[in-house]
Design a protein around this ligand. Sequence first.
Ligand SMILES: Cc1ncc(COP(=O)(O)O)c(C=O)c1O
Length: 378
Amino acid sequence: MERIYLSPPYMGGGEMKYIKEAFDTNWIAPLGPNVNAFEKETGEYLGVPYPLALSSGTAAIHLSLKYLGVGSGDVVFCSSFTFSGSCNAAAYEKAELVFIDSEPETWNMSPIALQKAFDDAEKRGKMPKAVIVVDLYGLSAGWDRIIPICKKYNVPIIEDSAEAFGSRYRGKHCGTLGDLGIMSFNGNKIITTSGGGMVLCKTKEEYDKMLFWATQSRESVPHYEHKEIGYNYRLSNICAGIGRGQLEIIDEKLKRRAAIFRRYKEGFSGTPVHVMPEPEDCEMNHWITVITLDESVKAEPAFICAEMNRQNVETRPAWKPMHMQPVFSGCKSFSHNDDGSFVCEKLFRYGVCLPGGDALTPEQQSFIVENTLRIIGA
Ligand SMILES: Cc1ncc(COP(=O)(O)O)c(C=O)c1O
């Protein structure tokens, strides 16, 4: 049987038209009509005035942190349950990373743990410069509980919506709820540009400054003049062409992924496998379906993934929390639970990501469900 991947790219066909246009007009550069159009079209879809297309979501977080003035020794609060691309950029700037646990309802940043971190920061007399809040696996964070806490301390939020393109929180697009929002268009994301990202800027000033840094901080004089360190972070015109084609089929993609999610729910109902939550105020993009195993199940995620791999199915354990990563072992972290235990550690202990690409067929899905249940002995 053909290998089933976790979240492979799914092309709509329109992508080639924009790539061909770029070739025909010789716009093979990190700027050009596709980049401008991709920004305009994404902005219209998300309802954002100034989206800035970049080479990755990591670059988008990096520039957002710089824009908020994060530098050496500054504190940045980060979601712990996430991919490292979410917080690495704070380390690039030599900031002090502090990791915040998840809440059980949304799997995203716990308002309780966040408040604990702010209490500690107040005691230390060192407030964070920014809080990076993730909308993980297409689930939106509990924004009505997170925003007031950050507002109280006047600390800006970077919303990491790398995995949440197309998700909404109470009708608002994910990526638009923080002070700055970012997207990733990496190959496994719901919309891909093969590699790419975006900062969802709300003002022209934000856009202009981050564009300046993203294009090597060139002063606007005829020769090459630099007063600041810059980066080569702009999205290429070819990649933006892929993004334009992908955006044309976003509704179809969301529909397909929702159907996949429903089928998993049906397939696992009444078994010791729990499908990820669907919080009421979140309209998920169903980027990836994550299951958690009942505590009665003996098999561990790593074993399940290895067994699934033998069946030619790609699965992954849920993200290993950042506060458990050796590279961040010196960082502070705050738990959701009063007894000091972490919700996200449990999610990692019992969570498995299942394939959910747009083209996954019901037959392939039945195969995945049957095999999962067989492996755990259910
Ligand atoms: C939650 C999260 N944040 C940030 C990133 C970084 O995005 P990129 O890979 O485009 O740099 C990713 C994934 O790729 C992610 O999943």
